[in-house]
Design a protein around this ligand. Structure first.
Ligand code: GDP
Ligand code: MG
Length: 303
């Protein structure tokens, strides 16, 4: 095809500004984990949007933040390495709050490394009507000199069409890099375990979230009558302490049931068919400090 465009676009930004939500909206399917709890995106996940005129490969990254332990360090390293070799870097900002030190830290990092970037001001729906001008001024002051500046609301889809046009305009000419029906380059295991992890993060409070990993032990397709298929999935939720295991299981198993039901319903959408999900909880003390465990549970380690 003539003049077809393709390229890689990295989304950077503090945790929780809406990077994963934005990718999901732009692609139109739920492939990346979003959560009200910060720091939930594990790997450099690539979501792929194919249109008639171009193919955009989005690289979702964990938020850039100050590392606290090994897992944190790996998340940050991955975010920084995701900038290398991409065609466009997009800095995503949360307009529901004032520009902060974290945003400036990332801006300075990009400027120091002579990386040009787009700015996307997200969560515009959360800014009061009469306050929108003030908020825009605040952000223009800090980021106004950037190449492109787009206001969006990722959860409502506002401004997303314009953003896609802007990206396609800027991308170099190139071939389709993935088949047009592929929306994500992550293995199914990772997507499935993220759907369980997402529900753990949403349903439990502070005690649990950051010390949870999910491992898909087994995926089996079971043939039923009349050619119908059922996907049976066995997953283990790993925590660091026995007390966390108790919280996850809940009274008479109620918490685990809630987590399982919602995760299963999202899995059904992803797989496009019925799912049977079995969940177990296992304690592995200090798994986050063990590199072998990080790899086993699906964290990519970039050196
Ligand atoms: P990430 O850490 O940058 O990937 O952020 P997420 O995509 O996980 O989003 C963090 C939270 O912000 C989630 O609860 C989202 O539902 C919410 N969120 C994201 N975009 C918007 C938006 O445009 N408007 C509103 N109101 N909430 C949003
Ligand atoms: Mg995310």
């Amino acid at each position: 095809m003539n003049n077809y465009k393709s390229g890689f676009v990295t989304l950077l930004g503090r945790p929780n500004v809406g990077k994963s939500t934005l990718i999901n909206t732009l692609i139109g399917e739920k492939i990346t984990i979003t959560s009200p709890v910060a720091q939930t995106t594990r790997n450099k996940l690539r979501g792929i949007l194919t249109t008639k005129t171009g193919q955009i490969i989005f690289v979702d990254t964990p938020g850039v933040h100050k590392p606290h332990h090994l897992l944190g360090e790996i998340l940050v390293k991955n975010a920084k390495s995701a900038i290398n070799g991409v065609d466009i870097v997009i800095l995503v900002l949360d307009s529901s709050v004032e520009p902060g030190r974290g945003d400036e830290y990332i801006r300075d990092f990009l400027v120091e490394n002579e990386i040009e970037f787009f700015v996307v001001l997200n969560k515009w729906d959360l800014v009061n009507k009469e306050f929108k001008n003030v908020r825009l001024d605040q952000y223009k002051k800090v980021f106004g000199s950037c190449k492109c500046f787009q206001i969006v609301s990722a959860s409502e889809g506002v401004g997303c069409f314009e953003l896609i046009e802007m990206i396609l305009n800027f991308l170099p000419e190139g071939p389709m890099l993935f088949d047009e029906d592929i929306i994500c380059d992550q293995p199914l295991d990772n997507l499935l375990s993220d759907l369980v992890r997402e529900q753990v993060l949403i349903n439990t409070r502070e005690e649990v979230p950051h010390s949870v990993a999910v491992k898909i032990e087994n995926i089996k397709e079971i043939k039923k009558d009349k050619g119908k298929k059922l996907t049976a999935i066995l997953a283990t939720i790993i925590v660091e302490r026995t007390s966390q295991k108790g919280i996850l299981i809940g009274k008479k198993g109620s918490m685990l049931k809630t987590i399982g039901q919602t995760a299963r319903s999202n899995m059904k959408k992803l797989i496009n068919g019925p799912v049977h999900l079995e969940l177990f909880v296992k304690v592995i003390p200090n798994w986050r400090k063990k590199e072998s465990k990080l790899m086993e549970f699906g964290y990519e380690i970039d050196y």
